[in-house]
Design a binder for this molecule. Structure first.
Ligand code: ADP
Ligand code: MG
Length: 798
């Protein structure tokens, strides 16, 4: 019982005496500069009440500021302890100090330390910004504080529009806005005249009514007039204390709320700073955007040229597919032999050698498995493939109701009705200008015909038995093509499409078409209605013409048909009597003449005996796809013996390597140069941030005094470089884009090419991002440096 009473009693006396706020216990702090050691605080022990107005007097250099900074957590003590509300700060971490400064301490300095690029209200709000007070509440508290210090009418002014006294009032408003328990003032009237000083002292006195105020001053009169306690300082020691307080009880614990500045606030702070030096910012951004400009220009030009090349290329590709011909030139063999022509001595003999072309000639033996391999080619790389089969079609047509032999050929019918001519016609189907159009693998990838031709009349072919009539760009067709179909033609005669579309032909099998003679020779049968009726009916489905000049050479004018039709003919005829007879004989079944191996082979092909094509043409979808196609073809040859390899001819390679390679090289060089200027501008931004850091040292100090963490300081500067980098990127991209116009007119004058330089929006975006990231990187190191700056030293700088 008694125990409790004494406890209550001591508690009551404590309240009467005033509880302790701060206790300095044997604090020591010295500065080391070179060999000299300055003892700024030399064993200082003093306690402050929760509510009093303490004036600290003392000569310059006696350690007053140092003590204030240590009390405010801006500077660290070397020895001793600082006890805040009964809690030792010995184990305080940086974040604890930050929180302490932000929540519990307000600083007022002699030189006000306002941030000049922020408005008065924003200056006052700064500390609350750091502690994450909601915007509305922040604004209200700031206004309240400004009213309290008597600046109601000046709220929207800038610091540089105020008098010294008014600026100090703003500084005081900033210090008290968050209602701190401790207000630390370092010579607050040092720069003010007597009258203003009195007013400020009055204000501070009022503020001291509900908090602890510790004020350093040079002016003993003011101290006497306003303060409730005067402490004299000398050489880092306390000389005397007018109202000492020796209670050493531990009292209530206090809690710290951690501070945190949001990225958004950091950006806002940096943005207002940047806006105060618009001219410099624009110049800086412009200078650092030069790298971006050059890359943008290089990219847009090379981009445009690449596009130009791609369109020409894809046209060229359509014209020049990758060809797998019956024979190919083995370039490796040819180049190998080119060497060793130098310094040949006279040995007294000579060597005979085959013709170079002959030596490097390679016979492609197409096998069923190779044909299957080609069939498995990814349609996304090459959607159109044409096969050369050399098969002849036995065709009948009706001319004015009368059945008659016809053929799909442009050769003169007067000379082409002989069997040899028929065979050579069949052979002419091989290669460019073939009348068999490529097979489209995947419909969704677009068909070869539809891509390169336009429909003049009829419908696109769908069935194997559908034929198309191909005209040239002037809608004309070789006169022989129609003559061979049985039409009555004279030079310049015009044909209505309606007379052509739907035209029927009969495709007759070998067994019906040929008859065997007793001497094992074969001749065509007499044509008859019966023969016509027994054949498969083909119909002319469409008249088409090339979309542009480049597709001219794809298909010869005249009738064209699908590979499916050729295959159909082969399936039907490969076991026909004439084929069997020709296979068994070494002489021609038509003429009885002796046939060479190749002649026999082509005759058999013409008769439809061979299922394997003699040649294959692959039409890559685009330029990049061509490489994939070639890779695929190369894969087949891997590990195979030379004679079993299939050697293709890339008909477009000459064009490709010349332009594509050259452009690629130039682009690389230019981009490299542009990248160098980008790096240069990054370094420049680094230097600029560094200057900015030096310049804003005081601001860093103020931010720290208000409780900013190292991170927050880094953020403020990172935000600045972020804005600068982004801005530089945007300027760069815009200027780069604008430059494409004069560049295009120059290119047009030089080459007749329209709109070559084009800035790809994706590139533009990437460039802005690159610029932002690079400048961020360049500025981050100085920003880190800024964050590490000692707050006390920062504030001493002026
Ligand atoms: P006051 O505020 O009483 O004039 P200070 O606390 O500013 O005194 O300084 C106390 C002593 O510490 C002085 O001798 C001063 O030169 C020295 N001092 C203060 N800051 C530094 C520093 N950053 N580096 C070295 N010496 C310092
Ligand atoms: Mg001082």
């Amino acid at each position: 019982m008694l125990k409790y009473l004494t406890k209550i009693l001591t508690y009551l006396t404590k309240i009467l005496k005033g509880t302790i706020m701060l206790q300095l216990k044997h604090l020591k702090k010295s500065y080391h500069v070179g060999d000299t050691v300055t003892k700024a605080l030399d064993d200082v022990s003093i306690s402050f009440r929760k509510q009093e107005f303490v004036a600290i007097l003392g000569p310059s250099g006696s350690g007053k500021t140092t003590m204030l900074n240590v009390i405010g957590g801006l500077d660290r003590y070397d020895e001793g302890d600082l006890v805040i509300n009964g809690k030792s700060t010995k184990s305080f971490k940086d974040t604890d100090w930050d929180a302490y400064r932000n929540n519990s301490v307000g600083f007022v300095f002699q030189n006000y330390n306002l941030i000049s690029h922020l408005s008065i209200i924003n200056n006052v709000e700064l500390g609350m910004n750091l502690s994450g007070v909601p915007a509305k509440e922040r604004r209200q508290k700031a206004i309240d504080a400004l009213i309290k210090v008597g600046l109601k009418d000046h709220i929207h002014k800038n610091p540089n529009q105020l008098s010294g006294g008014q600026m100090q009032r703003v500084a005081i408003a900033r210090a008290i806005a968050n209602d701190p328990d401790i207000l630390l003032c370092d010579e607050p009237t040092g720069a003010l005249d007597t009258e203003t000083s009195e007013q400020i002292m009055q204000l501070i006195k009022e503020l001291a009514e509900d908090r602890l105020v510790i004020m350093v001053t040079h002016n003993p009169e003011l101290a006497q007039e306003f303060a409730t306690r005067i402490v004299n300082f000398q050489d880092g020691k306390i000389l005397n204390d007018s109202n000492p307080f020796d209670e050493s009880d531990e009292v209530d614990n206090f809690q710290l709320k951690r501070t945190k500045m949001s990225y958004w606030n950091a950006i806002k702070l940096s943005f207002t700073n940047i806006m105060t030096k618009k001219g410099r910012t624009i110049l800086t951004s412009f200078a650092s955007s030069i790298g971006i400009i050059s890359i943008a220009v290089v990219l847009s030009i090379s981009n445009g040229f690449q596009q130009q090349i791609n369109t020409t290329m894809s046209k060229a590709l359509a014209k020049y597919p990758v060809a797998i011909a019956p024979t190919a030139t083995d370039l490796t063999a040819a180049s190998q032999r080119k060497q060793s022509t130098k310094n040949v001595k006279n040995h007294g003999y000579l060597t005979v050698e085959k013709d170079q072309n002959e030596q490097s000639a390679h016979v492609n033996k197409l096998s069923p498995s190779y044909v299957d391999y080609i069939k498995k080619l990814n349609p996304d790389y090459a959607n159109n493939i044409s096969y050369q089969r050399g098969v002849n079609l036995n065709l009948l047509g009706k001319v004015q109701g009368k059945v008659q032999r016809v053929q799909f050929s442009n050769s003169d019918p007067e000379t082409s009705s002989s069997p040899t001519a028929m065979r050579s016609q069949a052979l002419s189907n091989i290669g460019i200008g073939s009348s068999v159009f490529p097979t489209t693998l995947k419909k969704s990838n677009g068909s070869f015909l539809k891509e390169n031709y336009q429909l003049l009349a009829g419908k696109w072919p769908t069935k194997a038995t559908d034929l198309v009539l191909v005209t040239d760009n002037r809608n004309t067709v070789n006169i022989n093509a129609l003559k061979n179909l049985g039409f009555k033609v004279t030079n310049g005669k015009k044909f209505k499409f309606s007379t052509l579309i739907g035209q029927e032909f009969s495709l007759v099998s070998n067994n019906d078409y040929y008859q065997a003679l007793p001497n094992e020779m074969y001749i065509p049968n007499k044509v008859s209605q019966k023969m016509y009726d027994r054949g498969d009916k083909l119909h002319l489905a469409a008249v088409i013409r090339p979309k542009n000049e480049d597709s001219m050479a794809l298909l010869a004018t005249g009738i064209a048909y699908s590979d499916r039709l050729s295959q159909k003919v082969i399936t039907e005829n490969k076991n026909s009597a004439i084929v069997k007879a020709q296979k068994a004989s070494s002489t021609s079944v038509f003429t009885g003449q002796k046939l060479s191996a190749t002649m026999k082979k082509s005759t058999l092909q013409a008769l439809g005996a061979t299922t394997i094509p003699t040649g294959i043409m692959i039409y890559p979808n685009d330029f990049d796809a061509k490489d994939k196609v070639l890779d695929y073809l190369d894969k087949w040859n891997k590990g195979k013996k030379k004679k079993d390899q299939i050697i293709y001819t890339d008909l477009s390679s000459a064009v490709t390597t010349m332009t594509g390679g050259l452009l690629g090289g130039i682009t690389t060089v230019l981009v490299a140069f542009a990248a160098i200027s980008l790096i240069t501008s990054m370094i420049m931004i680094g230097i600029l941030t560094y200057t900015s850091v030096i310049e804003r040292t005081k601001e860093i100090g103020v931010l720290k005094a208000l409780g900013a963490r190292k991170k927050d300081i880094t953020r403020v500067f990172d935000a600045e470089t972020f804005i600068l980098g982004g801005f530089a990127g945007i300027i760069g991209v815009v200027i780069g884009y604008l430059l494409t116009f004069p560049i295009n007119s120059i290119i047009y004058k030089l080459t007749d090419l329209v709109g070559v330089a084009q800035l790809n929006p994706v590139h533009a975006l990437i460039l802005v991002i690159i610029s932002t990231i690079l400048t961020l990187l360049g500025g981050h190191l100085p920003a880190r440096m800024a964050a590490k700056k000692d707050a006390a030293i920062a504030l001493r700088s002026e």
